[in-house]
Design a protein around this ligand. Structure first.
Ligand code: NAI
Ligand code: MG
Length: 361
């Protein structure tokens, strides 16, 4: 019997809407599979909390979160609070303090999704460096508001950080029988930090003679994502490059509503955090029409991380079944179903598959 303690942070906008559906899935699994026990505590740390308290989360939030096996996160962002506050006071402290230096983002074209790539097999992962790189708070501004104004934003690429992300990418490739790791670079123009990135990725690659390393400049790679996405297996990228590539990848396989992610602390010293790639989507928030699949798929990534690959697989199968049946589709997929109808349809499929698995159906 496994008993997991999960911290749930729904966040802002569509975050709580899609999180409701993710929790429905977890409740169902708990009910149907006696070997799977899960408890969750929900934290209301979001922009409302900020407007009431002047901070995104309490001072002891990280100590509180540290006790959990994993964190399930929705999305944040609210026009009443600057985006750099929501991001740097909530998501970044968790990612950085909990050494979640890997952001793993699957890019997979699910069966039944209508996309211009329908019929192709697109199934790769982006391994994004998640703790340093371009997303550092090192820098500053001088001579504010004058013609001489200067802004400096430092990119921090370290040998240790790059080694860890490259090692993770190659190990992932090895474990999943992939033949190629693709590195995103721009060392022709960014000659200090990206050269170090290239050198270290190459060095790590030498330890994996059976895996081919290909390195592309980020601009060309962006074009290849569109022109031949079926060619990729594992893509390793710095923080900013990985962030941009993952929205592009998600557009190729049907949109942000279908893209999950895992912020991993591979050593297990701290909880890892699972969240959709998308943000709070203020343009559709409150309408009950957001696609909950990215959030539910993030639950699957969380269960896989917690050692329940079987449950992760059955969640993904349920998602695919619902899409293939084409009866319940949210507007981003071309239908008119609600967030809750989509969540319930996935739960129905899940229940059916689990009962079949146990021979009870
Ligand atoms: P976004 O991802 O929220 O939305 C981009 C577009 O995708 C919108 O048209 C939206 O309606 C659509 N979309 C996103 N998720 C969807 C879903 N589940 N179903 C259907 N359509 C969906 O990105 P945007 O607009 O750049 O940012 C909005 C806010 O979210 C900002 O405040 C931003 O800072 C924040 N943000 C937060 C993130 C996080 O919490 N990790 C990540 C990205 C943005
Ligand atoms: Mg992003």
């Amino acid at each position: 019997m496994t008993n997991y303690q999960i911290a749930v942070i729904p966040g802002d906008g569509i975050g709580p809407e899609v999180m409701n559906e993710a929790v429905k899935v977890l409740e169902l699994l708990k009910k149907l599979d006696p070997s799977f026990q899960i408890e969750f505590d929900t934290f209301d740390w979001n922009s409302e909390y900020y407007l009431r308290n002047g901070k995104m989360m309490p001072d002891d939030a990280l100590d509180t979160l540290k006790k959990y096996d994993a964190i399930l996160f929705g999305a944040i962002g609210d026009k009443r609070v600057p985006d750099d506050v929501t991001v740097w006071e909530l998501i970044m402290p968790i990612r950085k303090n909990f050494k979640q230096y890997i952001n793993l983002r699957p890019v997979k074209l699910l069966k039944g999704v209508s996309s211009r790539y329908s019929g192709e097999t697109i199934d790769f992962v982006i391994v994004r460096e998640n703790a340093e790189g371009e997303y550092s708070n090192s820098g500053g501004r001088l001579y504010l508001g004058t013609e001489q104004e200067i802004a400096v934003q430092n990119t921090i690429i370290t040998r240790t950080g790059t080694k860890k992300v490259a090692r993770f990418a190659f190990e992932y490739a090895k474990k999943h029988d992939k033949r190629t790791v693709t590195s995103a670079t721009k060392s022709n123009a960014i000659i200090h930090s990206m050269k170090l990135w290239d050198e270290v990725v190459n060095e790590v690659g030498m330890d994996y003679p059976a895996i081919n390393l290909q390195s592309y400049y980020i601009d060309a790679l962006a074009a290849y994502f569109v022109s031949r996405p079926e060619d990729f297996e594992v893509v390793v990228a710095s923080n900013l490059f990985g962030d941009i590539l993952s929205d592009l990848g998600s557009a190729v396989v049907g949109g942000l509503g279908l893209s999950p992610s895992a912020n991993l602390n591979p050593e297990g010293d701290f909880p890892s955090m699972f969240e959709p790639v998308h943000g709070s989507a203020p343009d559709i928030a409150g309408k009950g029409i957001a696609n909950p699949i990215a959030q539910i798929w993030s639950v699957a990534l969380m269960l896989e991380h917690l050692g329940r690959r079987d449950l992760a697989a059955v969640i993904l199968e349920s998602i695919e079944q619902v899409i293939v049946q084409n009866e319940v589709q949210t507007p981003d997929l071309g239908g008119s179903s609600t967030t809750s109808e989509m969540g319930s349809a996935i739960c129905d499929a899940l229940q059916h598959l689990l009962l079949v698995r146990e021979g009870r159906y």
